[in-house]
Ligand binder design. Sequence first.
Ligand code: 13P
Length: 123
Amino acid sequence: MDAVQAALISHDRLKPQFVEWVIRHRHILQPHTLFATGTTGGLIKDACPELNLTPLKSGPLGGDQQIGALICEGNIQALFFFIDPLTPMPHDVDVKALIRLTALYNIPTALNEATADRLIAGF
Ligand SMILES: O=C(CO)COP(=O)(O)O
Protein backbone atom coordinates (compact mmCIF):
# COMPACT_ATOMS: atom_id res chain seq x y z
CA MET A 1 0.00 0.00 0.00
CA ASP A 2 1.19 3.57 -0.67
CA ALA A 3 2.06 5.54 2.46
CA VAL A 4 -1.09 6.37 4.41
CA GLN A 5 -1.90 8.36 7.47
CA ALA A 6 -3.25 6.08 10.18
CA ALA A 7 -4.55 6.65 13.70
CA LEU A 8 -3.70 4.42 16.66
CA ILE A 9 -5.76 4.40 19.85
CA SER A 10 -6.29 2.02 22.73
CA HIS A 11 -8.33 2.15 25.87
CA ASP A 12 -6.39 1.53 29.07
CA ARG A 13 -7.29 -2.14 29.68
CA LEU A 14 -6.19 -3.06 26.15
CA LYS A 15 -2.99 -0.98 26.07
CA PRO A 16 -0.57 -3.84 26.83
CA GLN A 17 -2.20 -5.92 24.06
CA PHE A 18 -2.18 -2.95 21.66
CA VAL A 19 1.47 -2.05 22.25
CA GLU A 20 2.40 -5.70 21.66
CA TRP A 21 0.38 -5.60 18.44
CA VAL A 22 2.18 -2.43 17.29
CA ILE A 23 5.58 -3.96 18.15
CA ARG A 24 4.65 -7.04 16.11
CA HIS A 25 3.67 -4.90 13.10
CA ARG A 26 6.19 -2.06 13.45
CA HIS A 27 7.95 -2.91 10.19
CA ILE A 28 4.66 -2.61 8.30
CA LEU A 29 3.75 0.63 10.12
CA GLN A 30 7.20 2.20 9.66
CA PRO A 31 6.67 3.89 6.26
CA HIS A 32 3.34 5.41 7.29
CA THR A 33 2.45 8.63 9.08
CA LEU A 34 0.85 7.82 12.40
CA PHE A 35 -1.25 9.79 14.85
CA ALA A 36 -2.32 8.59 18.29
CA THR A 37 -4.13 9.76 21.37
CA GLY A 38 -1.76 10.97 24.06
CA THR A 39 -1.23 8.07 26.42
CA THR A 40 -1.38 5.44 23.70
CA GLY A 41 1.07 7.49 21.63
CA GLY A 42 3.53 7.86 24.50
CA LEU A 43 3.61 4.11 25.09
CA ILE A 44 4.10 3.39 21.39
CA LYS A 45 6.90 5.96 21.11
CA ASP A 46 8.67 4.33 24.08
CA ALA A 47 8.32 0.87 22.52
CA CYS A 48 8.99 1.85 18.87
CA PRO A 49 10.85 5.19 18.72
CA GLU A 50 11.57 4.66 15.02
CA LEU A 51 7.91 5.14 14.07
CA ASN A 52 6.77 8.46 12.58
CA LEU A 53 4.09 9.05 15.19
CA THR A 54 2.49 12.25 16.45
CA PRO A 55 0.76 11.97 19.85
CA LEU A 56 -2.27 14.25 20.24
CA LYS A 57 -4.26 14.98 23.41
CA SER A 58 -5.21 12.14 25.69
CA GLY A 59 -8.59 10.63 24.77
CA PRO A 60 -10.54 11.97 27.77
CA LEU A 61 -9.05 15.43 27.10
CA GLY A 62 -10.18 15.60 23.47
CA GLY A 63 -7.79 13.27 21.62
CA ASP A 64 -10.60 11.26 20.03
CA GLN A 65 -12.09 14.49 18.72
CA GLN A 66 -8.72 15.55 17.29
CA ILE A 67 -8.56 12.25 15.39
CA GLY A 68 -12.14 12.89 14.25
CA ALA A 69 -11.13 16.31 12.95
CA LEU A 70 -8.25 14.74 11.00
CA ILE A 71 -10.74 12.30 9.45
CA CYS A 72 -13.09 15.17 8.46
CA GLU A 73 -10.20 16.95 6.81
CA GLY A 74 -9.24 13.87 4.79
CA ASN A 75 -6.03 13.24 6.70
CA ILE A 76 -6.63 9.72 8.06
CA GLN A 77 -7.04 6.65 5.89
CA ALA A 78 -7.15 3.93 8.56
CA LEU A 79 -8.01 3.69 12.25
CA PHE A 80 -6.77 1.03 14.68
CA PHE A 81 -8.69 1.46 17.93
CA PHE A 82 -8.71 -1.27 20.57
CA ILE A 83 -11.87 -0.32 22.44
CA ASP A 84 -12.83 -1.56 25.89
CA PRO A 85 -16.48 -2.63 25.85
CA LEU A 86 -16.51 -3.44 29.60
CA THR A 87 -15.45 -0.17 31.21
CA PRO A 88 -17.62 2.97 31.49
CA MET A 89 -15.78 6.08 30.25
CA PRO A 90 -16.36 9.77 30.92
CA HIS A 91 -15.67 10.54 27.25
CA ASP A 92 -17.92 7.83 25.82
CA VAL A 93 -19.66 10.44 23.64
CA ASP A 94 -16.31 11.32 22.05
CA VAL A 95 -15.64 7.66 21.28
CA LYS A 96 -19.08 7.29 19.69
CA ALA A 97 -18.57 10.49 17.68
CA LEU A 98 -15.25 9.21 16.36
CA ILE A 99 -16.70 5.86 15.35
CA ARG A 100 -19.59 7.67 13.67
CA LEU A 101 -17.14 9.71 11.59
CA THR A 102 -15.32 6.57 10.47
CA ALA A 103 -18.66 5.30 9.15
CA LEU A 104 -19.52 8.64 7.56
CA TYR A 105 -16.18 8.99 5.79
CA ASN A 106 -15.80 5.29 4.98
CA ILE A 107 -12.54 4.91 6.90
CA PRO A 108 -11.25 1.33 7.31
CA THR A 109 -11.52 0.84 11.07
CA ALA A 110 -10.37 -1.96 13.35
CA LEU A 111 -11.94 -2.00 16.80
CA ASN A 112 -10.32 -5.24 17.98
CA GLU A 113 -7.19 -7.28 17.37
CA ALA A 114 -8.72 -9.77 14.94
CA THR A 115 -9.87 -6.95 12.65
CA ALA A 116 -6.60 -5.07 13.11
CA ASP A 117 -4.73 -8.16 11.85
CA ARG A 118 -6.86 -8.21 8.72
CA LEU A 119 -6.65 -4.45 8.13
CA ILE A 120 -2.86 -4.32 8.51
CA ALA A 121 -2.57 -7.25 6.09
CA GLY A 122 -3.76 -4.81 3.40
CA PHE A 123 -0.96 -2.32 4.13
O1 13P B 1 -9.32 7.19 25.80
C1 13P B 1 -8.84 6.96 24.73
C2 13P B 1 -9.66 6.83 23.54
O2 13P B 1 -11.03 7.00 23.78
C3 13P B 1 -7.39 6.79 24.58
O3 13P B 1 -6.72 7.89 25.09
P1 13P B 1 -5.24 7.73 25.63
O4 13P B 1 -4.43 7.15 24.53
O5 13P B 1 -4.78 9.12 25.98
O6 13P B 1 -5.34 6.82 26.82
